[in-house]
Write a protein of this length. Structure first.
Ligand SMILES: Cc1cc2nc3c(=O)[nH]c(=O)nc-3n(C[C@H](O)[C@H](O)[C@H](O)COP(=O)(O)OP(=O)(O)OC[C@H]3O[C@@H](n4cnc5c(N)ncnc54)[C@H](O)[C@@H]3O)c2cc1C
Length: 399
């Protein structure tokens, strides 16, 4: 059960009427995803989260909404704008970060890798089925000993006649145990012994590929992350992604996912605010509703200010992306700020629910727990701080 109220057409946190800056198409996207979340996710999410279940049965419905590879043109994808994609992610994450993560891994990571770096044949083979939700993809970059610094990855791809042979291990790979195809990043060693990061499309039925879910988790319980073992995985020569400029290949996909997070985290924050507002309006203590106290109102005001500022930032970043003017450091601005404020909003909202706030009946602590993952993947707070520090000073402080 989830008692969080369905979101009214115009959110109360939209203090500056940002809604009036959205086009009819953008509002249509918002309303369609919001309706889906209210109908399919809100009534079930507490159970999925408690039982650590990823509800695979809703994948076709997300596909029908055009959410899978939403920003990709052609190949059965919806080809929507960056702002429409962002708005959809905000609504989806108001339901749960784990379900937004599914769309992110499938569309922004796995499908983007194929759309950006794949051959025409690879795109034709995989993208239409992935857009339809019939094929699930995953994206394997992180390793047990290579997280924030993927350049130290140990997975190798060695050429053996007409084949590539992959060996190594990946960790934290979303969807891997239910995926049909894995995009695996590995150091490809050529005949001269030179190693360069390249992407490979690995059907998960290939002998030597094993995915094991990581559990139990205290965050992202309605989604799947896995350890992957690659033991002598033999692939045909054309399994390699041909258009792949080294590590910039996976990084360009991560930027797509980071962009979705800029918006998505605000959905979790807004849902937590709504839960706190509704609760504080009806919960009586010391003879008055909690919302009547100045201390409560200060919390609500501070939360609403941060959400609205985050939305202004997300819309600006989205418009820049649609105009082809988005630079890497700008994505770091959005990812760092919006994850940071979202987790604070969720935690503050939880305080307003008192003891009841620690149950799964209410959303804020579930959202806050999920956001521990969101602030960690696609570049941690620290990594994005270092990106911005370098941008401001001209000095890299990564090492
Ligand atoms: C739920 C979830 C889903 C994920 N999904 C995927 C996926 O689908 N595919 C995939 O490839 N990966 C995925 N990841 C992995 C994720 O991208 C990594 O967890 C992330 O990059 C951080 O790496 P790490 O966990 O190894 O932490 P580490 O890199 O070991 O970092 C640990 C801490 O040290 C800090 N740190 C690191 N370097 C510095 C520095 N130079 N200065 C200061 N502090 C530093 C970090 O910010 C962090 O706080 C997922 C992770 C999670 C939790």
């Amino acid at each position: 059960m989830n008692t969080a109220p369905a979101v009214p057409a115009t959110a109360v946190t939209d203090l500056l009427d940002l809604e009036s800056d959205l086009s009819p198409e953008e509002l249509e996207t918002r309303d369609a995803v919001r309706e889906f979340v209210d109908r399919r996710i809100r009534p079930n999410i507490a159970g999925w989260y408690a039982d650590a279940v990823f509800p695979r049965e809703i994948v076709p419905e997300m596909a029908a909404l055009g959410l899978l590879g939403m920003h990709i043109q052609g190949y059965g994808c919806a080809g929507k704008s960056a702002v429409q994609y962002g708005i959809a992610m905000q609504e989806l994450e108001a339901g749960d970060s784990g379900l937004r993560t599914f769309v992110s891994v499938q569309g922004s990571l796995a499908m983007s890798a194929i759309a950006k770096h794949g051959s025409e044949e690879q795109k034709q083979r995989w993208l239409p089925g992935m857009a339809a939700g019939e094929i699930v993809g995953c994206f394997g970059l992180t390793e047990p000993t290579a997280g924030s610094d993927p350049s130290t990855m140990a997975t190798t791809a060695v050429r053996d006649g007409d084949e590539w042979v992959l060996d190594g291990a990946k960790r934290w790979i979303g969807l891997a145990s239910i995926a049909d195809v894995a995009v695996i990043w590995a150091k490809a060693v050529d005949e001269s012994g030179r190693a360069r990061v390249r992407g490979f499309l690995v059907p998960t039925s290939t002998p030597g590929f094993t995915a094991t879910p990581i559990e139990p988790k205290l965050s992202m319980r309605a989604s799947i992350q896995c350890d992957i073992a690659l033991e002598g995985v033999r692939l045909p020569a054309d399994a390699i992604l041909p258009e792949n400029p080294g590590l910039r290949g996976p990084f360009s996909c991560l930027n797509e996912a980071r962009y979705g997070i800029v918006w998505g985290a605000l959905g979790a924050a807004r849902d937590s605010f709504d839960a706190a507002l509704a609760y504080s309006q009806q919960r009586i203590q010391f003879d008055k509703p909690l919302a009547a106290y100045q201390l409560s109102q200060e919390k609500l005001v501070n939360m609403a200010l941060e959400i609205q500022k985050g939305q202004l930032l997300a819309l600006r970043i989205g418009r820049l992306k649609d105009a082809g003017r988005l630079e890497n450091h700008m994505i770091s601005v959005g990812k760092l700020n919006n994850c940071r404020i979202a987790i604070e909003v969720c935690r503050e909202a939880r305080t307003m629910l008192g003891g009841n706030g620690i149950t799964l009946e209410h959303s804020p602590l579930r959202h806050a727990n999920n956001l521990e993952s969101v602030r960690t993947y696609e570049g941690t707070d620290e990594v994005h701080t270092l990106v911005l520090g370098q941008h401001l000073t001209g000095i890299s402080a990564f090492r």
